[in-house]
Design a protein around this ligand. Structure first.
Ligand code: COA
Length: 235
């Protein structure tokens, strides 16, 4: 059973994790479907009354891991995913209905992938995606909303980014960009598509920074954005 750790606990663990380890270099390694990133931050202190800055006394070494799950393996993470989603959009959908309905449907789709970012045992964020096509709710609704030529060009066999959430305590550290990069890197699709709500300015800025462009409007208050996937990468 997975439990979503609260922001206070995250902060507490960071304090506890402080060690005197110095000069730890950033690393990026691949282990199966898990990618690790080590982030180091140092804290300096001012020598009292002198105005001089003393040598860094504390270094925090944090390892970020991104782990990908296919539809079958993601079933075991239903509570974790629902917890992160409900924390961002409280109270979230009814768990059983969501697990046996939308979540089960999404997990069964072609190229479904869930990617979870963790810092130690703490869940930092997640993304899930699959190949979109006609007959699916989102694809059909967006097809109706976009100008005909645009819809025909972009929809069908596209990578559909369904949800992306980075938990508040972990934001502005490039985690969402890495999660999106992971989704795009593993798709066979040539185009990635998503919708972003009008008020979601951080998300809009994120997508633009990665090369997504607006394609039209859908669902009343949302912009459809698309990205041509070049060499399995965002911009
Ligand atoms: C949108 C969200 C996923 C961004 O996660 P994040 O890990 O903080 O994003 P990153 O650190 O990877 O940001 C990458 C770039 O996106 C842009 N960006 C992200 N957050 C931003 C903000 N609050 N203001 C302005 N630009 C922002 C910046 O260009 C940033 O690069 P920089 O930090 O070098 O300036 C996160 O804020 C979130 O979960 N929001 C709530 C849920 C949501 O809106 N999801 C998207 C649904 S469409």
């Amino acid at each position: 059973m997975h439990r979503v750790v609260t922001a206070d606990e995250v902060q507490h663990r960071r304090v506890v994790a402080r060690t005197a380890v110095a000069n730890v270099s950033p690393v990026s390694t691949r282990r199966g479907t898990t990618v690790c990133y080590r982030r180091t931050t140092s804290t300096t202190r001012t020598v009292c009354g002198t105005g001089r800055t003393a040598s860094p006394v504390v270094t925090v070494a944090l390892v970020l891991t991104l782990t990908r799950y296919d539809g079958a393996d993601a079933a075991a993470l239903s509570e974790l995913v629902h917890g992160v989603y409900a924390e961002q959009y409280p109270p979230g959908p009814d768990f059983s209905q969501w697990r046996d309905g939308q979540w089960a449907r999404h997990r069964s789709r072609a190229e479904f992938a869930l990617c979870v970012a963790r810092e130690g045992d703490d869940v930092a964020g997640l993304i899930w995606s699959y190949l979109g096509g006609p007959g699916q709710y989102w694809t059909d609704a967006v097809q109706e909303s976009l100008a005909p030529g645009v819809g025909q060009e972009w929809l069908g066999g596209h990578l559909e980014i369904v949800e992306l959430v980075v938990r508040p305590a972990f934001r502005r550290r490039g985690i969402a960009a890495r999660l999106l990069g992971s989704a795009v890197a593993s798709t066979s699709a040539r185009r990635a598509l998503l919708t972003v709500r009008d008020g979601a300015l951080p998300a809009r800025a994120l997508y633009e920074s990665l090369g997504f462009t607006p394609l039209g409007r859908a669902f009343g208050d949302m912009t459809v954005m698309g990205l041509e996937v070049a060499d399995g990468r965002c911009r």
